[in-house]
Ligand binder design. Structure first.
Ligand code: NAD
Length: 273
């Protein structure tokens, strides 16, 4: 091992020269995946909502730390034309797209008969339809390259249901179906398409659910957290964003060339029950 000061500033890895679009990467799992890809030498197009100064600080820090190009596009993925604009902008500024991670997602919990229609529409738009638009706009470029990775961040809720989550479960089951169709249509082309199905990961999306559960069941946040895990995730602990990111990196590696059309749970035993 070289002492730290003698290490080259820029490491060359299998990912050097690759480019990735990661949707919903201003927070949580998407940011974790973007960070892991950048750390491996991949240029990144970030996307997602947030406070502009905070996003710019994150973008600049990633670029500075990992010596890669990091761009940002704030497209609202509930709109078809903005999904298209995101991919067109990434192609124009990065030159090509090797890796597409469809991660942006939102949640709303309510019984189906009370489910607000506008929340249903926006969950289906962001969690499912956006992936259709980004994939259809990216595939021609991947086919030209003869290589590509599409990774859809689905959920255990892409494979089983929970009450109160009609829109989310419908969208994630749809995303798993879309993953399989894209895998079949790209099989043998050098492109793979897979879904990662996390159980509970402690991100802002889940923190909001814990707050609602604590209020509804008169529990402390700690009590609501323990109950949430105990109900679904036998390991009793959250998966970390780094663990999800390391699976995404593996799916981008040559070792995963023949893994396509799969849905890989990272769920502490949730789906084994
Ligand atoms: P998060 O709330 O931390 O991040 C969501 C990201 O999506 C943010 O960057 C947000 O700005 C972005 N986003 C939301 N609406 C958008 C829109 N209209 N256009 C563009 N970007 C938008 O949540 P997270 O937990 O990191 O979730 C990421 C993905 O992982 C989601 O698809 C979620 O369904 C999935 N997932 C999360 C968990 C979990 O336990 N956290 C479990 C299974 C699946």
């Amino acid at each position: 091992m070289l002492p730290n000061k003698e290490k080259p500033a820029i490491q060359v890895s299998a990912m050097t020269g690759r480019t990735a679009v990661v949707t919903g990467s201003t927070s949580g799992i998407g940011l974790g995946i973007a960070r892991a890809l950048a750390a491996d030498g991949c240029a990144i197009m970030l996307n997602g909502f947030g406070e502009p100064d905070a996003i710019e600080r994150e973008r600049a820090e990633l670029a500075r730390t990992f010596h890669v190009e990091v761009l940002y596009n704030g497209a609202n993925l509930s709109q078809a034309n903005e999904c298209e604009r995101l991919i067109e902008d990434a192609l124009a500024r990065l030159g090509h797209i090797d890796i597409l991670v469809n991660n942006a997602g939102i949640q709303h919990v309510a019984p189906v008969e009370d489910f607000p229609v506008d929340r249903w529409d926006s969950i289906l738009a962001v969690n499912l339809t956006a992936a259709f638009h980004t994939i259809r706009k990216t595939l021609p470029n991947m086919r030209r390259l003869g290589w590509g990775r599409v990774i859809n961040i689905a959920s255990t809720h892409g494979l089983v249901a929970s009450s109160g989550k009609a829109a989310y479960v419908a969208a994630k089951h749809g995303l798993v179906g879309l993953t399989k169709v894209v895998a079949l249509e790209t099989a043998g082309s050098g492109i793979t398409c897979n879904a990662i199905c996390p159980g509970w990961v402690l991100t802002p999306l889940v923190e909001r659910q814990i707050e609602v559960k604590a209020a509804a069941e008169a529990l402390s946040c700690e009590g609501a957290t323990q109950k949430l895990l105990a109900e679904k995730q036998p390991s009793g602990s959250f998966t970390t964003v780094e663990q999800i990111a390391s699976l995404a990196l593996f799916l981008c590696a040559e070792g995963a060339n023949n893994i396509t059309g799969t849905c890989i749970p990272v769920d502490g035993g949730w789906l084994a029950q």
